[in-house]
Design a protein around this ligand. Structure first.
Ligand SMILES: [Zn+2]
Length: 502
């Protein structure tokens, strides 16, 4: 048995100004200049907490041949340049043609990619693959929990399997599930029937977190439901709200073994569970000034984390916002850390000056004027490193990554880890390589909405969702949608009572 695998992953923030190009995919994928398949992918992902890590484990356990063709991924950012998308799609299709015939295809996609010509880039990708392999060949698509799933994606794939966790700690498990289910389909043991429901609902990252209520209990119900006879798999996609497209938002899928009626009934049931939670899914935000007061007023019972999700590079934000940093400096706060702030210019300046020197910086706030102004002043260079690290926490465990040339500066009494690559601070290793042990700090600002909770959660005494400005701010009042379908909750009162399913 031969299974082809691969895909292009991107979460596109349509409010980010910088377009995403092939060079970004090449830099972030770490698979060579032509985004090689084959051994490069086995070497990079075997035994890692990733989708391809799971595909490889599932295929090897069953003794079937996995043929990885392409695994392209870029940090979330602005709209993907059309030519770059077409190039990567062409590479995938050419490599697929070369390995035919295959018995099935596993597509490793995100689900919220937007290109200059495609609002639904995954739909276009699956459609192109379908044209090559024909209508009968089974295709399973794995998607992120933040996928904005469309009817087209559901129609063109036999099964969609989304992550069940946010932070995304089940990528390996879902990849393996997809490989195992595809093998059962190819062997003729099961016949999948998939039902898709899109809800008139958009939600924001902080409350999509499956370590918090109401999502934690909801996902426990979903797992019990997947154990029921006849059900092969179920997916809850919370959607990515920073993409101004028609299909942004919440959707669900239920796949049964050849039982259309059961799939319909269960998809409606799952959609109604989500709909009932719509008010509980709205976040509460806290200002940095209030959090500084909170920390100053108590004896140290462990670090407090200020989750600066508005500037989360994991959702396409610049990662160089300065609002929280400036507030800590202005308050004369001691024991604060900002990790990780993207500013290659300042990192290079610090590397040139060397450890122990004091440099005059214009730090952060350089990408645009929506995330605070640059912090101007003297900075002490405390530590320098090359930025290379391996994820040790539960998310992306075992994957090698790179912050680029990195400097640890002390600015106005606050420690700032300054990187040359834009990375979401979701693993404590990213601070430890810069000489900072997070358990010994009072207040840590992370440019992350939720993913940091997987590794930092257990060591944090308190966590606050930040009330800061930015293009990933979880606040529908400040988002100007032009293309999103209406009415939709919570934007339109008329969406209430509007769950039109069945
Ligand atoms: Zn995600």
């Amino acid at each position: 048995m031969r299974i082809a695998s691969g895909g292009v992953q991107h979460e596109t923030n349509t409010y980010a100004l910088t377009p995403t190009t092939l060079a970004d995919f090449v830099r972030d994928s770490n698979c060579g200049a032509e985004l090689s398949g084959g051994e490069v992918i086995f070497d990079r992902f075997r035994n890692t907490g990733t989708i391809h890590g799971g595909y490889i484990a599932g295929a090897e356990a069953a003794g079937v041949d996995l043929l990885p063709l392409l695994c392209a991924r870029a940090q979330p950012s602005g709209i993907v340049e059309q030519q770059s998308f077409e190039t990567m799609l062409r590479w995938f299709l050419e490599r697929l043609q070369q390995v035919l015939p295959v018995d099935g295809v596993l597509l490793d996609l995100h689900g919220a990619m937007v290109t200059q010509q495609h609002e639904d880039a995954e739909g276009a990708f699956i459609e192109a693959v379908r044209k090559v392999v024909g209508p009968e060949l089974p295709i399973i698509v794995t998607l992120d929990l933040h996928a904005n799933i469309t009817a087209k994606m559901a129609e063109l794939s036999n099964v969609i399997i989304g992550f069940d966790t946010y932070p995304h700690v089940d990528m390996h498990e879902r990849g393996r599930e997809a490989a195992e289910l595809l093998i059962r389909i190819i062997r003729g043991e099961v016949t999948p029937v998939q039902e898709f429901r899109q809800l008139p609902l958009v939600t924001m990252p902080p409350m999509q977190c499956t370590l918090r209520e109401p999502m934690q209990s909801l996902m426990q119900r979903v797992h019990r439901f997947e154990e029921e006879p006849g059900i092969l798999t179920a997916t809850v996609a919370m959607g990515f709200p920073f993409a101004d497209i028609h299909d942004a938002g919440v959707s669900v899928l239920v796949t049964t073994n050849n039982d259309r009626e059961l799939a319909r009934r269960k998809a409606d049931e799952l959609a109604s569970w989500l709909w009932e939670l719509r008010d509980e899914l709205q976040p509460q935000l806290t200002s940095i000034e209030d959090v500084i007061r909170f920390v100053e007023e108590r004896s140290s019972d462990g670090p407090t984390i200020f989750a600066d999700g508005s500037d989360n590079p994991g959702g396409g934000a610049p990662c160089d916002g300065t609002v929280a940093l400036q507030a800590m400096i202005d308050a004369g706060f001691a024991g604060g850390v900002v990790g990780v702030l993207f500013d290659p210019e300042t990192a290079a300046q610090a590397h040139q000056a060397g450890v122990g020197s004091t440099i005059h910086v214009r730090l952060g706030g350089k990408t645009d004027d929506r995330h605070g102004a640059p912090v101007v002043g003297d900075a002490y260079v405390r530590a320098l490193c090359d930025g290379k690290f391996v994820y040790r926490g539960p998310m992306m465990q075992g994957v090698a990554d790179n912050l680029g040339q990195t400097a640890t500066l002390i600015v106005g009494g606050v420690e700032v880890v300054v990187s040359s690559h834009r990375r979401q601070c979701l693993d404590a290793e990213m601070l430890r390589i810069a000489g900072i042990e997070p358990t010994h700090r009072r207040l840590i600002v992370v440019k992350s909405a939720v993913h940091f909770r997987a590794d930092f959660g257990p060591l944090a005494a308190h966590i606050f969702d930040a009330d800061t400005p930015g293009i990933h701010r979880p606040d529908f009042k400040l988002i100007n949608y032009q293309h999103l379908r209406r009415p939709i909750y919570p934007l339109d009162a008329s969406a209430v009572g509007g769950l039109n399913i069945g």
